[in-house]
Design a protein around this ligand. Structure first.
Ligand code: MN
Length: 490
C-alpha cells in the first residue's frame, strides 16, 4: 500500500506570507504536481476570492489525474463554492481546540460544533463531494472531544479523517501514538497535517505514517503558513529511502517541481535546504571532491539524478591541477599542457578575487581556452577605456596584426561598443569583418560573476562563432571578438 499524498502547496503553501499566485500560475503548478504524481491536489479555498474560485475551477477542469480538493470551513457557502468550482473533494475543518472554538464561533459550545459539522458534512455529501474532515488545531484539543467529533463526522458520511497539528507543536512520539489510536478507532483513511514551527514537521509526518496514517499533507519546498508545512521533498525521500515506505511520487520530478514553485512563488529555497537546496548536491574542492570523483557514494547519500538534478562541484581559490583535470574529465574535455596552464591561470584569477568557481564557470573557461588558436594573426596588446556620466565612452586599442602594431581609438554608445569600434577601425585595412550577433550571459549571480560573451562574425559568406569569458564584461567582449577574428583570417 502506498502512502496517499495530499499536496497543499496551492492552499496552505499559498498562505505563506507574501505569496500570491495568479490563476495561470496556479494551473501551471497544479499540472506540475500532477506530473509529480501526488494523489490529491488541495488547490485553494474556493470561497476566499473570485480568483481562487476561478483557479480551482480551471484546475478541476484541466483533466488531471489527481483528485482536486478545496479547503472549506463548516459553512454551507464554503461547500457551495467548492462544488460550484467542480472540485472533487473538500478538506473541511471544524475548530476543535477550545481556543479555536472561542475565537471562530464565539458563544458556541463543543456540542454546537459537532452539530454544525454533521450538517455541513451531510450537505457536502448531498452536493456530491468527497469529504475529508478534520478538527482544526487538533493537537491542542482534548483528544476525547476529537474522538467524539470524528465519530459524528463518520456517521454523517465523512470519507476521510485528518488530524491537524495547526501550530506545529506535535512531537514524533505523539504523532505516532495519536495516529495509532485513531487507526484503532476508525476504519476510514486517516491523514496527518503538520507544521514546522519547531522544525519537526518532517519527523512528525514520518512518525504519523509509522503510527498508521494512510495519508499525509505536504507542501513543495516546505511552504505554508508561518514556518511552513511538512516539506514534500523531505518527507517523500525520508519515507522511501530511510523507512522503506512507498508513494506514487515520480521522484525525478521533485527538483524540477521545486524550481518551478520557487520561481512562481518567489520564495527562495535556502541553499542548505535538504534535497532541493542549491548546496544539497554541491561539493567544494579538496579531499571531498577527489574522494567523490572516485566514488560518488563517499559524500552523497543518494544520487542527485534520482530527484532530477545534477551534482555540482565548486573550486575554491586553492583549486589544484588535479581537481580541475578531474572536473574536465567528468565533462569530457582534454587540454594540452599549454592550454591547461591557461585554464588554471584563469580559474585562479577568479579564485583570487574571492569568488567561488562553479563547474559552470569551469566549463565556460575550458571551452573558451580550447577554442584559442595557437597561430594568432591578431593579438590584443593594450586596451584602455574611458566612460562616465558626461562623456562619450571612448576606447583606445593597440593590436598586433601579423607583424604590424596598430593603435586606434573609437567611440561608442557604451564601453563595449567603443572597444569593438576601436578594434574594427584597427583592422579595417587588413580585413572586412561584420559583427552578426553579440550575446552576453552572467554564469552565476552577482556583479562579480564570470561573464560569458558569444559573438558571431562574418567575412564574405564565412560565419564563425567565438566566445570570451572574463569577470570583466569589456574584456570578455574583446576576447570573443578577437578570437572570432583569428578564426576568420587564419
Ligand atoms: Mn495548515
Amino acid at each position: 500500500m502506498s502512502v496517499i499524498i495530499l499536496d497543499t502547496t496551492l492552499r496552505d503553501g499559498e498562505q505563506t506570507p507574501g505569496v500570491s499566485l495568479s490563476v495561470e500560475q496556479k494551473l501551471l503548478i497544479a499540472e506540475a504536481l500532477d506530473k509529480l504524481g501526488v494523489d490529491i491536489i488541495e488547490a485553494g479555498t474556493a470561497i476566499s476570492s473570485e480568483g481562487e474560485f476561478k483557479a480551482i475551477k480551471a484546475i478541476s477542469e484541466a483533466g488531471l489525474k489527481a483528485e482536486i480538493c478545496s479547503f472549506a470551513r463548516i459553512k454551507f457557502e464554503d461547500i457551495d463554492s467548492a462544488a460550484d468550482a467542480n472540485a472533487d473533494s473538500i478538506f473541511m475543518v471544524a475548530p476543535s481546540s477550545d481556543i479555536h472554538i472561542a475565537s471562530k464561533f464565539p458563544g458556541k459550545t463543543r456540542e454546537d460544533i459537532i452539530e454544525m459539522s454533521v450538517q455541513a458534512i451531510e450537505y457536502a455529501k448531498e452536493r456530491g463531494l468527497i469529504v475529508e474532515f478534520g478538527g482544526e488545531d487538533a493537537s491542542r484539543a482534548d483528544f476525547n472531544f476529537i474522538l467524539e467529533l470524528y465519530r459524528h463526522g463518520v456517521d454523517a458520511g465523512a470519507d476521510r479523517l485528518t488530524f491537524t497539528d495547526t501550530v506545529g507543536v506535535f512531537t514524533p512520539e505523539r504523532a505516532f501514538e495519536t495516529m495509532s489510536n485513531l487507526k484503532k478507532e476508525f476504519k476510514l483513511p486517516v491523514a496527518f497535517h503538520g507544521h514546522d514551527d519547531f522544525g519537526l514537521a518532517t519527523s512528525n509526518t514520518v512518525f504519523a505514517v509509522k503510527g498508521g496514517a494512510d495519508e499525509i499533507h505536504v507542501a513543495m519546498n516546505g511552504l505554508g503558513e508561518r514556518a511552513g508545512n511538512a516539506a514534500l521533498e523531505e518527507v517523500i525521500m525520508a519515507l522511501e529511502f530511510l523507512y522503506g515506505k512507498k508513494t506514487k511520487i515520480n521522484k525525478e520530478m521533485i527538483y524540477p517541481t521545486s524550481q518551478l514553485v520557487e520561481r512562481l512563488t518567489r520564495v527562495k529555497v535556502p541553499p542548505n535546504k535538504a534535497v532541493v537546496g542549491e548546496n544539497a548536491f554541491r561539493h567544494e574542492s579538496g579531499i571531498h571532491t577527489s574522494a567523490l570523483l572516485k566514488d560518488t557514494k563517499t559524500y552523497e547519500p543518494i544520487s542527485p539524478e534520482i530527484i532530477g538534478r545534477r551534482r555540482s562541484l565548486v573550486l575554491g581559490k586553492h583549486a589544484g591541477r588535479a581537481g580541475v583535470e578531474a572536473i574536465m574529465r567528468e565533462m569530457g574535455y582534454k587540454a594540452t599542457p599549454e592550454q591547461m596552464k591557461e585554464i588554471l591561470k584563469r580559474i585562479k584569477d577568479i579564485g583570487d578575487k574571492g569568488k567561488r568557481v562553479t563547474d559552470a564557470d569551469v566549463r565556460t573557461i575550458v571551452e573558451t581556452v580550447l577554442q584559442i588558436k595557437k597561430e594568432r594573426r591578431v593579438e590584443l596588446l593594450d586596451l584602455s577605456i574611458v566612460s562616465g556620466a558626461n562623456i562619450m565612452p571612448t576606447a583606445s586599442v593597440k593590436l598586433r596584426i601579423g607583424n604590424d602594431q596598430v593603435v586606434e581609438a573609437g567611440v561608442g554608445l557604451g564601453p563595449v561598443d567603443a572597444a569593438i569600434n576601436a578594434i574594427r577601425k584597427a583592422i579595417k585595412n587588413y580585413t572586412d569583418v561584420e559583427l552578426v550577433s553579440y550575446h552576453v550571459d552572467a554564469i552565476t549571480g552577482g556583479t562579480d560573476a564570470l561573464v560569458d560573451v558569444i559573438v558571431q562574425l562574418k567575412k564574405g559568406d564565412k560565419i564563425v562563432t567565438a566566445r570570451g569569458a572574463r569577470t570583466d564584461i569589456i574584456m570578455a567582449s574583446v576576447e570573443a571578438f578577437i578570437e572570432g577574428l583569428n578564426m576568420l583570417i587564419s
